[in-house]
Design a protein around this ligand. Sequence first.
Ligand code: APR
Length: 233
Amino acid sequence: MASPYQSLVILTGAGISAESGLGTFRDKDGLWTQYDLRDVATPEGFARNPALVHEFYNARRRNLLEAAPNPAHAALADLERQWPRDFLLVTQNVDDLHERAGSTRLLHMHGELLKIRCENCGDRRECRQDIDLATACPACGTPGYLRPHVVWFGEMPLGMAQIEQALAACDLFISIGTSGNVYPAAGFVAEARRQGAHTVELNLEPSEGHSVFAEKRYGPASEIVPAFMRALL
Ligand code: APR
């Protein structure tokens, strides 16, 4: 393998799943143009109107079960298989398209849509059905405490210690399909650059943080990601 790079961190966002039919958040018809994120993606919103929040995630879960990975997901799984050294794929996405494409060295920093957790007993498990206030926790049997295992605004992202460690050691950082609006993910490029990594943005259009990246390619993920990964190997 010819790549001069040894230690790789890849960050993905909603843009990598857009061509699989999953809505992004801040694009023209994005989810946050249809819903107020304070109502459906905050603990306060859940306390105020849990039925609305369940409806929102039930619809996204159903949509996800209809979707399939695209060539961008496949290219990352392929790269991982051929990458002999440090490799971490950090996704902000709550969909399971990376896993379905074959990615394994993967961390969901904003949680997973196909998992639920009980706020009464702490049980966490897979869930492919709709849930609502009447749904009893499969572990403790108590209804009314189940919520999607996703990270809402104001909550701590998952796996930050592992991410920080990987960023501190990486010599290549690639960001794919994210607008760079949400921290801490939006700050990863500066961290990677600070410790000397080469930084690459692959996106449909320049992100909020585009000026920080050393290298940039713009276009649909299903086209630019496979091409870039092939050139990397
Ligand atoms: N190919 C490549 N990039 C695309 C494509 C595509 N087909 N379609 C859209 N994009 C780009 C857009 O240009 C935009 O920059 O993907 C980005 C999507 O940005 P957002 O909708 O803001 O999604 P993301 O950056 O993942 O949001 C971060 O915010 O709402 C929260 O928790 C949620 O994880 C999410 C976080």
